[in-house]
Design a protein around this ligand. Structure first.
Ligand SMILES: C[S@@+](CC[C@H](N)C(=O)[O-])C[C@H]1O[C@@H](n2cnc3c(N)ncnc32)[C@H](O)[C@@H]1O
Length: 237
């Protein structure tokens, strides 16, 4: 699956970057919500897992954080490095399903991951690595598809099946198939528990008011329906 995701993001990198910066779902809904879940990160070391083109990473730096980041797509990493040239050597091409051997044990204060983890089949090794690199009481803030509704968008028959779904994204002249995993809410909590985390805070966000001018129909939909969910976890041990 990592290879397929890498190819998909390499193919659509330039289209995705344009969409992400101005689209309601990213710029006026998911990103402000994820940012609102961050504790004080001034002078903290934060790992951005699946940083894409670095839009969130730039915000982390603005808030005073030192950063380390990775993404599996070389094209997305090119965008992130050009956005933050000073941090180029800390923005790595790496697969989150492999050991993060470029990060020491107990060295980072927080992990942030925006809309990247639903591309991964087995999340236990990934969260176990996050646990290894985090300092005691370190946090993870991550956004993902809301598990109680994503199975409906994908016309899945059974909520309780963990399933690889696919959809076609229409991105300004490019139609591309994107695959992602549905897992249940219980499955998420089992993953957190097995990898040494508890849920500190949960957010089912609403779009920010400025989003209505961008896309009134989707704005009204998101004011009534969950779509993404944001978890803040803390390291137990
Ligand atoms: C929806 S994009 C979000 C990018 C960025 N977090 C943002 O909010 O702009 C998902 C990103 O996750 C990355 N990704 C998916 N699977 C990955 C993996 N196994 N290891 C590293 N990055 C991965 C993709 O390449 C892509 O850049």
């Amino acid at each position: 699956m990592s290879k397929l995701t890498r190819e998909t993001y390499n193919k659509m990198a330039s289209h995705y970057m344009i969409k992400n910066k101005k689209n309601l779902y990213n710029n006026y809904y998911e990103r402000p919500a994820t940012i609102s879940m961050l504790p004080d990160i001034d002078k903290k070391l934060i790992f951005d897992a699946g940083c894409g083109g670095g839009i969130l990473l730039e915000e982390l730096v603005k808030q005073g954080a030192d950063i380390v980041a990775c993404d599996i797509s070389e094209k997305m990493i090119e965008y992130a490095r050009s956005r933050l040239p000073k941090y180029s050597n800390k923005i790595r091409i790496a697969d989150l399903t492999e050991p993060l051997d470029f990060i020491d044990d107990n060295s980072v204060d927080g992990v942030v991951s925006s809309l990247a983890l639903h591309y991964i089949d087995d999340l236990i090794p990934v969260f176990t690595e996050f646990n290894r690199i985090l300092k005691s009481n370190g946090f993870i803030v991550f956004s993902t598809h809301h598990p109680v509704v994503d199975w409906k968008w994908f016309d899945q028959e059974n909520y309780f099946d963990k399933k690889l779904n696919s959809e076609i994204w229409h991105l300004d002249g490019l139609d591309i198939e994107v695959h992602s995993y549905h897992r249940t809410l219980t499955n998420f909590f089992n993953i957190f528990n097995k990898s040494g985390f508890y849920v500190d805070k949960l957010l089912e966000p609403l779009p920010v008011a400025d989003g209505e001018a961008v896309n009134a129909v989707s704005y009204q939909f998101l004011m009534r329906n969950p779509h993404f969910i944001i978890f803040r976890l803390r390291k137990i041990k």
